[in-house]
Design a protein around this ligand. Structure first.
Ligand code: SAM
Length: 330
């Protein structure tokens, strides 16, 4: 059964899971959650590590090859390193990556490399310490930078994610892109999405075309790179630079055609798309005595109904978008 693939009705295979291991975070990025009063779920409602490991084994048997650990901030959950060691040992799972804000991960990078994690996605919206504090409402800039350096020093792949907002960090686009000159890093500029925990959206949105034009004005020697099937980013090489830049049209949703992803929220909600509001309660099935076979059948059924794109998924939601990205698993 291992490696049997599931396909949706558009012929897209299910190969990649983003697994949120917690909804809690040590930052309060303004585009992700309110400064105060964020309601996190009671701990007992989170998937336990045992449940996540069992679910991953089941999903690997259904064709999942790659897992990206996300949250909330993965490293605020206790015993994360022990869990990661067990996760990376699952037979048939080819790749485990992690998305982190780098606030507390810096000292543990060599361990992550040792257990077979080869790529870190680091979220960083500016290279200016004061602006970092304004955006994240926390004082972790130095730790985030030391995580950046530690990942490169360990020889791991590093992707940096920057959420772009015209009135906040447009001026940071170029300095961030210039990191690619000497560092073998991929700097990815992400369109803001309305997952900010409030349902209100009062931002100076910058779309993928505007981001690209801005980059091209300053870096005319950019050339489009081929992208892998399922990739969310359009990547560009810059002549003479060691790294590259990418643009993720997360709100414009230009990459749904070959989507191969599912998401599992920290409370065990299965999502076929970032924009749907859950297609299956896996926490219930993992704790009510359902067999692996029953769980597989339920996942197959849910995945077969994956909608065409993020616009369809948003249209068919049962509620408006009010959740924080930290509860979805970005
Ligand atoms: N704490 C980890 C981190 O910061 O990378 C993982 C979780 S975080 C929710 C995952 C990614 O979602 C980060 O790169 C973050 O910047 C991005 N994100 C959060 N809210 C967003 C929003 N409203 N629009 C676009 N990206 C968002």
């Amino acid at each position: 059964m291992a490696g049997t693939k599931l396909y949706d009705k558009f012929g897209r295979p299910m190969e990649y899971m983003r697994l949120a291991v917690t909804d809690r975070c040590n930052l309060r990025c303004f585009y992700c959650m309110p400064h105060e009063g964020m309601k996190f779920v009671p701990r007992k409602e989170l998937l336990s590590y045992e449940e996540m490991l069992r679910l991953t084994r089941i999903l690997v048997e259904l064709g999942i090859k790659k897992v990206r650990i996300t949250g909330g901030e993965p490293f605020v959950r206790k015993n994360m390193y022990g869990f990661l060691k067990r996760l990376t040992s699952i037979d048939g799972l080819e790749k485990v990556n992690i998305t982190t804000n780098g606030a507390v991960a810096n000292r543990h990078i060599p361990f992550l490399k040792e257990i077979g994690i080869d790529t870190i996605n680091l979220s960083l919206d500016t290279l200016d310490k004061a602006k970092f504090e304004e955006i994240t409402r926390k004082d972790f800039f130095d730790s985030a930078i030391s995580t950046y350096k530690a990942v490169l020093a360990a020889g791991m792949k590093l992707k940096v994610n920057m959420v772009v907002l015209a009135d906040k960090n447009k001026d940071d686009i170029l300095p961030m892109a210039m990191l690619t000159k000497n560092d073998p890093v991929s700097i990815r500029f992400i369109e803001e999405m309305p997952f900010n925990g409030t349902g209100e959206r009062d931002v100076s949105f910058m779309n993928h075309k505007e981001i690209l034009n801005h980059l091209k004005q300053h870096l005319p020697k950019m050339t489009l790179l081929d992208s892998k099937a399922g990739s969310t980013a359009k990547n560009y090489a810059i002549k003479g630079h060691k790294g590259n830049v990418g643009i993720i049209a997360a709100w414009s949703r230009t990459f749904c055609n070959d989507c191969n992803r599912i998401r599992v929220t920290a409370t065990g909600g299965l999502k076929n798309c970032l924009y749907d509001n859950g297609v299956l309660d896996l926490k219930r099935m993992l704790s009510d005595g359902s067999s692996d076979k029953m769980i597989k059948e339920a996942i197959s059924e849910a995945y077969s109904k994956k909608l065409k794109d993020g616009f369809e998924s948003e249209k068919q939601r049962l509620s408006n978008i009010t959740e924080s990205m930290s509860s979805i698993g970005g």
